[in-house]
Every structure is written in structure tokens, then in C-alpha cells.
Design a protein around this ligand. Structure first.
Ligand SMILES: [Zn+2]
Length: 140
């Protein structure tokens, strides 16, 4: 087995274990519908394809069904830019791929301090059918 095949196998194994753990721990899973094929045509191509995002979503979906968990894909446009506290897009915010390096930001409208990923997750959950972000992400 060559090195590339070994890395691919290790990544697939990791994604299988992670998706298994998620469907065991949570009965409601909302995922952003990021278009990996679209992003793959941008300068982000390598990271998007390396992340194995599409296959991870597929694993999550079928394992959720097998475990009786709810799986939902949600439109995630602007979920990193909308403030999950006040629901607006403040003038000062990380903007898309260009500002991927910004991990924390403060909403200039309401003053909420956000971790970029947690804020996006709260917005994705709020757009899902679950509608209960307060109890939705207990382990974060
Ligand atoms: Zn705000």
C-alpha cells in the first residue's frame, strides 16, 4: 500500500469513527449544505477535498437513520456572518473565505462575542427544524 492510499484509509477510518460517535451521542444532527464541488473550483480546493466533507456527510446521514437519529441539511449561506445573538449581519464581521483566519469576532450591533464555528453552528441549528439552540449544543 502506498503512502497516499494509507492516508486515505486512515482518514476514512477516522470519519467512520467520528460519525458513529456523533449519531450515538446526539439524536438531532443539523449540517450545513456547503457545496464542496463548488468550493473545489476555488483556491480552497485542496482543503475542501482533503476534508472529505461530502463522504463525511453521507456517513452521518446513513448512520443517523440506522441509529434512529434525525439528520437534516440546512442552507448555510451567511451562517458565519450572521450574529446568532441578534440575528443581524453587522458591518464588522468576518466575511466569507477571505476572512477564514478570523476565529473570534464581536458583533458591532449587540456586542456578543463569537467563536466563528460555534456562531455558525448556532445559526445552522436555528435554521433547522429543531429551533432550540439553547439546548442544542450542550457539549460546546
Ligand atoms: Zn449581534
Amino acid at each position: 500500500m502506498n503512502i497516499h492510499a494509507r492516508i486515505a484509509n486512515a482518514r476514512r477510518d477516522f470519519l467512520h469513527k467520528l460519525s458513529h460517535r456523533i449519531v450515538q451521542d446526539f439524536d438531532y444532527i443539523a449540517v450545513g449544505n456547503v457545496n464542496a464541488a463548488g468550493l473545489a473550483r476555488t483556491s480552497m480546493a485542496k482543503s475542501v477535498l482533503d476534508a472529505g466533507w461530502s463522504s463525511f456527510r453521507t456517513m452521518l446521514a446513513y448512520k443517523a437513520i440506522a441509529h434512529g437519529a434525525w439528520y437534516e441539511e440546512v442552507d448555510e449561506r451567511f451562517t458565519t456572518q450572521v450574529c446568532s445573538s441578534c440575528g443581524t449581519m453587522p458591518p464588522e464581521r468576518p466575511k466569507g473565505i477571505a476572512d477564514l483566519g478570523i476565529r473570534q469576532w464581536v458583533c458591532s450591533r449587540c456586542g456578543a462575542v463569537h467563536d466563528r464555528d460555534v456562531n455558525a453552528a448556532l445559526n445552522i441549528l436555528a435554521r433547522s427544524g429543531h429551533r432550540s439552540p439553547a439546548e442544542g449544543i450542550p457539549s460546546l
